[in-house]
Design a protein around this ligand. Structure first.
Ligand SMILES: O=C(O)C(=O)C[C@H](O)[C@H](O)COP(=O)(O)O
Length: 215
């Protein structure tokens, strides 16, 4: 898969909802209920971080749920890419980007949303053909003001900012011309997932899916 094809697919995925839930799943038995609650709440795109031993099993389970588009987050190595693909991930997300990781995603046909934190990193990805990038960690890197400044010199790059985003600041990112959607863990708080409180998570997803840009 070429970088251009990957970016086109990722742009389409990022256009499905204003928020991509970033999920840390400790018990794969939570995966089906959690996925259903988020999808029913209007958030069909789900990013499962490969940060827990249960993550791959959770991807496998969530990929079966109708209406969802399931991706793997925290991709760091080629082994992660192979495992994510094998589990049924439709796309991948990485906090940064290395040549080896990018090559692995291209070789294994996993559309990548690669992370960038500086103009040079964004330019390197653009040079290679990645026009859709994750801005990470968004709040710690200056938030919406930084992305607004990047829009001048880097008008061809569009972003999914992630890291420190919640219900209070999401709209200020979504208002930017170079933002397609935002990512965040706030829609699936750890204690609500552990409790299997799918009603609360469905409600958080509803609120997130109705977010509109504050212009
Ligand atoms: O695991 C990854 O691949 C990451 O890049 C980090 C996550 O995107 C952020 O940790 C989510 O940020 P919060 O919404 O502030 O919790």
């Amino acid at each position: 898969m070429t970088p251009e094809q990957a970016s086109e697919l990722v742009a389409r995925v990022c256009g499905l909802a204003p928020v991509i839930p970033v999920l840390v799943i400790r018990d794969a038995s939570h995966a089906p209920g959690l996925a259903r609650a988020l999808i029913e709440g209007g958030l069909p795109v789900l990013e499962i971080t490969l940060r827990t031993p249960a993550a791959l099993e959770a991807i496998r389970a969530m990929a079966q749920i109708e209406g969802g588009v399931v991706g793997a987050g925290t991709l760091l190595t080629e082994a992660d890419v192979v495992a994510a693909k094998e589990a049924g991930a439709a796309f991948g997300v990485s906090p940064g980007a290395t040549p080896r990781l990018i090559e692995a995603c291209e070789a294994h046909d996993l559309p990548l949303l690669p992370g960038a934190a500086t103009p040079s990193e964004s330019m390197a990805l653009l040079e290679r053909g990645y026009t859709v990038q994750k801005f990470f960690p968004a709040e710690a890197n200056g938030g919406p003001a930084t992305l607004r400044a990047w829009a001048g010199p880097l008008p061809r790059v569009r972003f999914c900012p992630t890291g420190g985003i919640g219900p209070d600041n999401a709209a200020s990112y979504l208002a930017l011309s170079n933002v397609l959607c935002v990512g965040g863990s706030w829609v699936a708080p750890d204690d609500r997932v552990r409790a299997g409180d799918w009603d609360r998570i469905r409600q958080l997803a509803r609120e997130a899916s109705s977010l509109r840009p504050a212009r």
